[in-house]
Design a binder for this molecule. Structure first.
Ligand SMILES: Cc1cc2nc3c(=O)[nH]c(=O)nc-3n(C[C@H](O)[C@H](O)[C@H](O)COP(=O)(O)OP(=O)(O)OC[C@H]3O[C@@H](n4cnc5c(N)ncnc54)[C@H](O)[C@@H]3O)c2cc1C
Length: 287
C-alpha cells in the first residue's frame, strides 16, 4: 500500500468537504484532486492543488476581463495558435501542485527540471520507510546492445531470479543496518542524516512538486519520450493523463504541435524538397 494510514485519512477528509468558490474550476482535474494514482510498486502521483484552466490561457492571451462571449471553437483556435507559434507565457498562467512518491534514482532525473518548486521529505529529520523499488520481471531488462543509455529484452531464467533476489536482499540488509544504526536502545544512535547514506538508490522518497503548465509540458515532452527511462516515463504517463483532463484544449494543441510534431534540419528540408520536386509536387522554392 503506497499511502500511509495518515495520508489516507488526510485525503478522505479533503474529499469529504466541498466549498463554493468564485475561482474558475476545471471539472476534469477537479474530479482527480487528492486521488493517489499508483505508479511502480510503491509510488504514486496525486494532485494536491491547481490554478487555471483552458480559459485562463485564453484570458491571459487576450488580456481581457474574462471569457466574454467568444465561442469555445474560437478559444481553441487561439490556444492552438499560441502553441504553434511558441507564444508560451499564457500557458504559465496555469499551475498545478503534485504530491509524488518515487524512488531516489527517478527523483535524481526528475530534479534536473529546474523550473519547478520542490519540497522533499527530509531524511535528516524523519526515518525513511522500508520501501524499495523492485522492477516487475518484464522490466528487469538487459543492457541494450545498440543504445548505451537504454535497455534490451527482459532477463530470463536463473539470471532473472538471481538479480531479483540480490535486489531484494541487498535492500533489506541495507535497511536493517540503517535501522540498527539510528536505534537509540543501548547506544547513542547515528544521526539520521548520516545513516541514510547506507540506503540504495531504489529507496522511495516523496515530494511536493509545483510547476506551471508551460514547464510541465516541457517536462512531459522530454519524459514521455521513449528515450527517457521507463520508470520516469511511468510517472510522466500518469501526469499526462491528468493534464489531458485538466486542460483538454491545450493538451490537444500540445500533442499536435509539440509531442507528435517533428523538427527537420536544414539538410532534411532540402532532401524533402528535392524528393517532392522529383515526384512532381509543388515546391516553395519555385524554379
Ligand atoms: C532522455 C534524456 C537523457 C538525459 N541524459 C542525461 C545525462 O546523461 N546526463 C545529464 O547530466 N543529464 C541528462 N539529462 C537531463 C537533461 O540534460 C536536462 O537537464 C533535463 O532534461 C532538464 O531539461 P531542461 O534543462 O530543459 O529543463 P528545466 O530545468 O525545467 O529548464 C527548462 C528550460 O529553462 C531554460 N533554463 C533553465 N535553467 C537554465 C540555465 N541555468 N541556463 C540556461 N537556460 C536555462 C532552458 O531553456 C531549459 O530548456 C537527460 C534528459 C533526458 C530527457
Amino acid at each position: 500500500m503506497p499511502l500511509t494510514p495518515e495520508q489516507q485519512a488526510e485525503i478522505a477528509a479533503l474529499r469529504a468537504e466541498t466549498r463554493p468558490t468564485f475561482r474558475p474550476v476545471a471539472p476534469g482535474i477537479e474530479r482527480r484532486l487528492h486521488e493517489a494514482v499508483p505508479v511502480l510498486d510503491h509510488g504514486f502521483v496525486r494532485v494536491v492543488d491547481y490554478m487555471g484552466d483552458d480559459a485562463a490561457i485564453v484570458q491571459a492571451a487576450r488580456v481581457s476581463y474574462g471569457r466574454g462571449t467568444r465561442a469555445v471553437s474560437s478559444d481553441e483556435a487561439l490556444i492552438r495558435y499560441l502553441m504553434r507559434h511558441a507564444h508560451t507565457t499564457p500557458f504559465e498562467m496555469c499551475e498545478v501542485k503534485f504530491h509524488v512518491k518515487l524512488p531516489v534514482f527517478v527523483a535524481r532525473q526528475w530534479i534536473r527540471h529546474r523550473t519547478a518548486s520542490v519540497n522533499e521529505y527530509s531524511a535528516r529529520y524523519s526515518v525513511l520507510d522500508r520501501e524499495f523499488y523492485i522492477p516487475a520481471p518484464e522490466h528487469l531488462a538487459a543492457q541494450s546492445t545498440t543504445n548505451n543509455q537504454g535497455r534490451g529484452a527482459a532477463l530470463t531464467g536463473e539470471e532473472a531470479e538471481r538479480v531479483l533476489r540480490w535486489l531484494r536482499e541487498d535492500a533489506m540488509r541495507a535497511y536493517d543496518h540503517y535501522e540498527a544504526m539510528i536505534a537509540t536502545d543501548g547506544q547513542q544512535g547515528l544521526a539520521r542524516e548520516l545513516a541514510r547514506m547506507n540506503l540504495p538508490a531504489n529507496v522511495y522518497t516523496q515530494w511536493y512538486w509545483k510547476v506551471n503548465l508551460h514547464n510541465l509540458l516541457h517536462f512531459l515532452r522530454l519524459r514521455i519520450d521513449p528515450h527517457a527511462q521507463w520508470e520516469i516515463r511511468a510517472y510522466a504517463g500518469v501526469i499526462a493523463s491528468i493534464v489531458r483532463d485538466w486542460v483538454p484544449i491545450a493538451w490537444r494543441a500540445f500533442e499536435d504541435y509539440r509531442l507528435n510534431a517533428v523538427t527537420l534540419s536544414a539538410q532534411a528540408v532540402e532532401v524533402l524538397r528535392r524528393r517532392l520536386r522529383g515526384n512532381g509536387w509543388p515546391s516553395r522554392t519555385a524554379e
